[in-house]
Design a binder for this molecule. Sequence first.
Ligand SMILES: [Zn+2]
Length: 675
Amino acid sequence: MTDLLLSDWDTPFGVPPFDRISDDDWAPAVDAALERSRANVAAIAADPDAPTYANTIEALELADDDLSRVLGAFYAVAGADSNEARQALQRAFSPKLSAYGSWVSSNADLFARIEDLWARRDDLDLTDEQARVLMLTRRGFVRAGAALAPADKDRLAQVKGRLAVLGTEFTQNLLKDEADWSMPLSEEELEGLPDFAVNAVRAAGEERGADGPVVTLSRSVIVPFLQYSSRRDLRQRAYEAWTARGANGGATDNRAIAAETLKLRAERATLLGYDSFADYKLETEMAGTPGAVRDLLMQVWRPARTAAEADGKILERMLHAEGFEGPLEPWDWRHYAEKRRREEHDLDEAALKPYLQLDRMIAAAFDCANRLFGLTFEPVEAPAYHPDVRMWEVTRDGDHVAVFVGDYFARAAKRSGAWCSAMRSQRKLGGDVRPIVVNVCNFAKPSAGNPALLSYDDARTLFHEFGHALHQMLSDVTHESVSGTSVARDFVELPSQLFEHWLEVPDVLRRFATHADTGEEMPSEMMERMLAAATFDMGFQTVEYLGSALVDLAFHDGPPPADPMQKQAEILEDLGMPHAIRMRHATPHFAHVFAGDGYSSGYYSYMWSEVMDADAFAAFDEVGDPFDAGLAARLEDTILSSGGSVDAADLYVAFRGRMPGVEPLLAGRGLGGAG
Ligand SMILES: [Zn+2]
C-alpha cells in the first residue's frame, strides 16, 4: 500500500483515501517518502550547475512533497482518531523527522548554495515573495547553526542536547510533585462545592485509590475548589501546595534547572551572534525586539493593576462581611470573585444551551464568511477517517477554493482541546494546489435524535478555529513554506481571535442563536448577560498573566540571572504586584517557558495577539458595519491571503494604516481607556 500513499489520490478533491489505508501502511510510506526527500535534497546540494533560485530554493520547497502529503494525512488521524498503533507510529516518526531536519540544516554544500544566492540577492531579479522566502530559508539555516565554525557547532549541539534533557526533567518533576500531593476531604469539608466540583473531587479520590474525595493539584480539580470551598483554611492549604509545585526541595525541585536552562539559552544566543536569548527568539516574531514587547505589556499593566486593585477592595469587603479579619489573600480571590460573579452576572447555562445549536453555529460561521468574503459551502461526500467527520466544498463565484473538514465531537481516541490543521496547504509552485483544512473540536455528542448543543465558550471555540481555517483557505501565495498559517507565532492567532468577534455581533446571534425546540430568538437580556460574563474579573486575569509574561521576558533579556527566584521577586516588587494576586505560573512550574523553549520569551504572545484582534475589529466598529465590504476585502488582500509571504507588521499596517494600539483591548476587557 506504500504505492497508494505515495501516488496521486483518485478521490474527490484529492482527499486522502482513508477508506483504503490501514495502520500498517503508514510506516513504510513515511520511510519511502523520507528517502525521496533525502535524495531530492542530496541532488540539490550536489547539482553541478551554479546555484539559481529555481535549482536551489524552489527545489528545496518541493523536496518534501511526498513526505508532507503522507504526514498531512497521518497527523490528521493521529490527533483526531488515535489508537495504540498510531501512538507508536508517532513516537517512531518524531526522532526520524528531527534527524532528517538536522541532516538538511547541517549540509554544508547546500548551505553554501544558499549563501551564494543570498550574497547575490539584489541581482537575482526576485519577486518580493521570492526575496522573502530566500531570507527565511537562509535565516532558518543560520539559526540552526549552519554558519558556525566546527568547534562552535559542536558546542551548540551540546547545549541543545543538555537543554532538551533539562526540559524533560522540568516536566517530570512537575508531574511528580502534582502526583505526590493530595488533600483528603471529609463529607463536611465539601461545604460550598457545587455538584460538578463534588464530582471532580470524588473522581480524583477514586483515581488515587483514596477512601473518599480528595483535592489534587490538577487545574480542573483545584480551581473549582478554590472558587467554591467556603473553608478558608483548606483553601489556603491547597493554594500553598499548588503554588509550591517544583519548589519543594529535594529531587524534584526545579529551581536549579531553571537557572541552568537560562544560562545555557544565553550561551546558545551568544554562539549564534545575538545579544540575548530574547533577541534570538524575537527575531522571527512580529514584535521583533524585547523593548517592543515590554512597551506593549506595560501599557496594559497599569490599567489592569488599577482595575484589579479596585476589584480587590470589593472582594476584601466581602471577606470582612463574613467575619474574617486582615487582608484579602491569594487563596481568597477566586472564592469571592466567584460569589460576586453569581450575584452580578448569573447566567443560567441550562437555559442558554438550547439557543446554541452546533449546526446553527456552523451555519453562522459560514454565513459570516459568505457576507465578508463571498465564500459558499456545499456538503460533499469523500473518504473520511471517522463517521463523525463532515466535509464541505468551499467555492467563490463557482470557483473551487478549498475543502473544509469539520470533526466536532469528543471521543476517547481524540486528543483534548481544539485545533485547525491542513491536510494539504495552498501553493502555486509546481501546480495550483488548493487546501484541505480541518477543524477539530471536542463538543459533547448528543444522544440519538437530539441536536448537539454548545456552551458559549464552545461556540467561541468553533469561531476561533474557523478563523484559522479562513487563514488557510484564503491563502494565495506561491510557496508552501509561507502559506496560510505559516506566520510568526505572535501573529498566527490574529485571524482566529479576530473571527471570534463576529460571534458577538447582535445581528448574527439574533439570526443563528435560535431555540432548538421553539425556534425563537435568544432573549436580549440573556444575550447581554452572556456577553458581559466574558469580561468578568479581567483585572485579576490580566495581572496574573502579565506577571508571568514580564518575568519570562526579563529572564531572557540581558545576562542570565544567577538566582531566577530572586530575580522574579525583584521584578514583581518593581511592578507593584497586588498582595492578593500571584503570577499565573511561577518560575518553578512555568512549563510554557521551561519544559521546552516553545514559549520562552514568548509567553507575551497571547496578549500581543489579543491587542491586535481587538484593534483590528475596531476598524469595523469605526465604519459602523461589521460586514463592510471594503474593509473585508482589505482584510483578505492583506492579512488573510498573504500567509507569511510578507512581514507580519507590514501586513498589519497595510490593513490598519498603523501598528495596533491597546485602547480597544482595554475597552473590551473592561479595563478603562486611560493608561
Ligand atoms: Zn488558535
